[in-house]
Design a protein around this ligand. Structure first.
Ligand SMILES: Cc1cc2nc3c(=O)[nH]c(=O)nc-3n(C[C@H](O)[C@H](O)[C@H](O)COP(=O)(O)OP(=O)(O)OC[C@H]3O[C@@H](n4cnc5c(N)ncnc54)[C@H](O)[C@@H]3O)c2cc1C
Length: 655
């Protein structure tokens, strides 16, 4: 992008005095141009420097406003952060008001340097950085402010907030450093309270989240990311295992408006929770007899125990959400009929429960021994467990569904389980941890192979004919496209083939509804900020909106949707708050720099998650990971560096 000036990540781009046509490019910067429709961003100041898009900013004023926010947010745990930034604020206010002296600049610079080097948390360590950059690259502006003896222009509009690399990566907007801090201080219940502000599903997320936060953890730059996900589980387990009474909802049913939620998966349960906490009368309609959606009937017991999930759903029910199981919507019960019954708003979160086809000959022939992955996993929970004892199983696919499909028969006594995947191990989309665990449990892999035909005799599966593949040019996903090698057919013998290559959405929920748009992938179209569809009283989220994705994305959508439904029912504009708009800006800019040299000594390794022994794994569906003890959780939480940091935008107009 083109910028007037940037010192972001210590890379200096200085186009001041240069004709804009000849401005040097800043390719790594991703600061959005707009904060809001018609309201442009003119500058950004934060943990890693300064970015100016236009020459309309008074840098002294901007530094003053920035340090005021820093002072407000400083936690008080260390002297330099709390008192040091207060002195910086005093000096900057003095300079900005036209009462500054040359010696103040020297003192400000020395102080900023000192605070950056001695503060305990990242707010203190990083916030002086843009001030130091300003004093270095905009020295003349400070000197002029001192010499002029007049207040500097303060006509700019600013918005600022705290962020953290882990927080910025979490779709639910969870205050991660804070919940970790509570665990470190032996306060697991306060930790859980903080977690529940962003998601009521700490048990499921703490067991099966793909933790984008950990991919943004600065501790990874030192040795290994904090076990953020499993600490969340610890907080939930602590309350659960000690039978501590759960919080009560003071607002239960204080409002008259009725809201219908479709699906008791992570999205539906989360939305129902927030709406119930706001006092709405919420009913969740769920077609299955169990809660959790794909967490309940996809993710197997050994990863998220059903009884844990049930207790999680019961908590949401106790907060005031009615959950009607065995109640599909779209036929006898429809959205128009519910509207007639007085429901004022609807949240569609019906997931993606149809299997995609793999395009192999014979997959529609109804062969005994051929089953689609999500049907297989769901049947294992609800109706029947397939007899796999002593049999050879092939699982086709390389995603997380494939991982659950291969690790399940291992536990049911299969003789041999082989995953067939069309790319190489490097391109496997499944969580690497899951792949590792499957290998530990004895699952074999055939890479660079695609299914061509199901081999059957007398209607029974006998094997899978595959074609060898090689990797060609990258496709739209950025991964190299598998290309078949002509004449390379080979047969892998098998008794059961489980196909696990993707899911589609069943949209019968929309029967009788007009005006809700669909994408070409048959997902529901909605405003990604508000989750509102083109029909104002219908909102959506989770897999039916994203396509098959993750629990945490579904939970994040639901939190947003619940806020939007509240705005809609309160006759307020359905829109993001200023804080949420700032979060979007920061997310786009990037709050984590994987190349940053954090400057800490490596060697404080992550506390390993205790697991059950291998022979117990193979013979049962017992939960594999047993969770941290209090001591282990405290030790792991103590590795957190509390990477809070402050970001501030300058805007053309008042918000
Ligand atoms: C096998 C498998 C393993 C996975 N593993 C992980 C993992 O480890 N980590 C992770 O983050 N994500 C994982 N995912 C993805 C994750 O489970 C989903 O992204 C998440 O559950 C989506 O939540 P949701 O609420 O949108 O939909 P779902 O969880 O699918 O819930 C939708 C609910 O709506 C109900 N429903 C559907 N139609 C109707 C109707 N007409 N009327 C009433 N109810 C209806 C369904 O029965 C279901 O209960 C996995 C998915 C699968 C399939």
């Amino acid at each position: 992008m083109k910028v007037l000036f940037s010192s972001w990540n210590d890379e200096i781009i200085d186009n001041r005095g240069v004709d804009p046509a000849n401005w040097k490019d800043a390719p790594i910067l991703k600061l959005p141009a707009e904060f809001d429709k018609g309201n442009n961003i003119t500058a950004f100041m934060g943990w890693s420097g300064i970015i100016l898009l236009k020459d309309i900013i008074n840098i002294v004023d901007m530094c003053t406003r920035f340090i005021e926010k820093v002072q407000y947010e400083s936690c008080g745990k260390c002297y330099s952060g709390r008192i040091g930034t207060a002195v910086m604020q005093k000096l900057l206010r003095k300079i900005a008001s036209g009462e500054g002296e040359e010696k103040d600049l020297t003192q400000l610079s020395a102080l900023a340097d000192n605070i950056s080097n001695t503060s305990k948390c990242s707010i203190g360590q990083t916030s002086p950085i843009p001030i130091l950059h300003a004093l270095k690259y905009f020295r003349d502006d400070f000197v002029t402010a001192v010499k002029n003896k007049k207040p500097v222009s303060n006509s700019n509009r600013y918005e600022s907030k705290w962020t953290a690399p882990c927080y910025a990566a979490c779709p639910t907007g969870m205050d991660i450093p804070s919940y970790i801090e509570f665990i470190k201080e032996w306060r697991p219940l306060e930790s859980l309270k903080r977690i529940r502000e962003a998601s009521p599903m700490a048990a499921s997320l703490g067991r099966a989240c793909f933790h984008p936060c950990e991919n943004n953890c600065r501790r990874e730059n030192v040795e290994r990311a904090i076990s953020i996900c499993k600490l969340k589980r610890f907080a939930w387990d602590y309350e659960d295992l000690h039978s501590i009474s759960k919080p009560v909802n003071e607002n239960k049913h204080i409002k008259e408006d009725k809201v219908a939620v479709f699906g008791a998966g992570p999205a539906g349960l989360s939305a129902a929770y927030y709406l119930a906490m706001m006092g709405y009368r919420v009913t969740v309609f769920e077609s299955l007899p169990v809660p959790g959606g794909m967490v309940g009937v996809g993710i197997p017991q050994y990863r998220v125990p059903k009884e844990v999930l049930q207790r999680e759903a019961d908590f949401i029910r106790d907060m005031g959400a009615e959950i009607k199981y065995n109640t599909p919507v779209g036929k006898d019960i429809t959205i128009p009929k519910l509207k007639e019954q007085g429901y004022k708003a609807f949240f569609i979160s019906t997931g993606a429960h149809l299997s995609k086809k793999m395009g192999a000959e014979g997959e529609d022939a109804g062969y005994d021994g051929f089953v689609r992955g999500i049907d297989y996993l769901r049947d294992c929970v609800i109706t029947k467990c397939y007899e796999v004892r002593g049999k050879r199983i092939i699982v086709v696919g390389g995603g997380n569904v494939a991982m659950d499909c291969c690790r399940t028969p291992v536990r049911n006594g299969a003789k041999e389980v082989t995953v067939v995947y069309r790319r190489t191990k490097k391109e496997l989309p499944a969580d690497p941890h899951e792949v590792h665990e499957s290998e530990v449990e004895g699952v074999k892999y055939i890479f660079l192979a695609a299914p061509k035909r199901i081999v059957a005799e007398n209607g029974k599966v006998k094997g899978l004919e595959c074609l060898k593949m090689e990797l060609g040019e990258p496709d739209a996903s950025g991964r190299r496209k598998p290309v078949e090698v002509k004449g390379s057919e080979f047969i892998v013998p098998a008794d059961i083939i489980i196909q696990a290559i993707g899911q589609d959405c069943d949209l019968s929920i929309l029967n009788g509804v007009e005006g809700v748009k669909l994408t070409k992938w048959q997902t529901i179209v909605a405003d990604p900020d508000t989750m509102q569809t083109d029909v104002p009283y219908i909102f959506t989220g989770g897999d039916v909106f994203n396509g098959p994705l993750t629990i945490v994305d579904a939970a994040g959508n639901a939190r947003r949707a619940a806020e939007s439904i509240d705005q809609y029912l309160s006759n307020s504009p359905v829109s993001l708050s200023i804080d949420q708009k700032l979060d979007k800006v920061i997310k786009k800019l990037g709050a984590y720099n994987k190349d940053e040299k954090v400057g800490k000594k490596a060697g404080w390794e992550r506390v390993p998650m205790p697991t059950i022994e291998m022979d117990r794994r193979l013979g049962s569906f017992d939960e594999v990971e047993t969770g941290y003890t209090l001591q282990q959780a405290i030790e792991e939480a103590s590795r957190c560096m509390r990477c809070y940091q402050i970001g501030m935008v300058a805007l053309e107009k008042t918000v």
